[in-house]
Design a binder for this molecule. Sequence first.
Ligand code: CUA
Length: 326
Amino acid sequence: MWQDFPLFPEQASTIARGVDALYFYLVGVSVFFSILIFTLIFSFAIIYRRRSEDERPKAIHGSMSLELFWSGVPLIIAMSFFGWGASLYFTNSRAPVGAMELHVVGKQWMWKIQHPEGPREINELHVPVGRAVRLIMTSEDVIHSFFVPAFRVKMDVLPGRYTTVWFEATKPGEYHLFCAEYCGTEHSRMGGKVIVMDAVSYERWVSGEGAGESMAQAGQRLFSELRCDTCHQPEGTGRGPALEGVFGSVVALQNGQSVEADEAYLRESILNPGARVVAGFNPVMPTFQGQVNEEQLLQIIAYLKTLGDGGVAGAAPQQGGGVNTP
Ligand code: CUA
């Protein structure tokens, strides 16, 4: 619609239209009231101007109905911002079940992306069209922000934490990817492109790139190279808790509390094992800080996710792996 005059980036994701609609509504309301207020200021200044030196206005003692009117109407308008904004926010922050998961690591000054099947890329992100994609993101150094204007998504990428963002691209093509948080000298050049492909080309791309091991297989290799398996044995016979089915479960802790074993908890337990020790175990695990980088952490977590019900690593690294083509 703005092809000849690109005030707005293309609408290339399922949520783009909704975000724009809310934006136009906010602009519309602001413009309407700005015009109304300016018109009233000028016309009142003329209509009620002082016409002679000794003119005294009549005393007014307020009007309940007027007070209610100008309190009630703005309340309704403000609540419409809130209601609409909140519902959009919830839609945009919860990825649909079965979304494919890709992993993003931000670093001064590049975006590193890992696909579960194995391919890795830098400053490029290949995704299939018409399929929900959830990004699990972290930073190796400072705060970055993952921003794809055409998808209307932007999310901070923080060191020591996982943040997620999801989108479903609606048209094949190439879209700009930016870092939207000042992160040092080369911040303005920390960008790239998102390449949206049809499902068949994407499958071909993934299998063409992914000659190596999958993320889960790499994680499994690290798991044995780092000797995690000497303590974390199946059936809980080792010195550490068994990790089968741990991802997504609720874990009882030594201090009486409990925690959901999500990506953040698994990451913390690898880097800072003493922080939240599982009930019934001693804090004997050494830290792996400095021995595994962010990408390797994601690989180990990808492997732990496959341990769902004793499944074989690499066989199904993707949750809800069914391809839902449009
Ligand atoms: Cu990374 Cu700005």
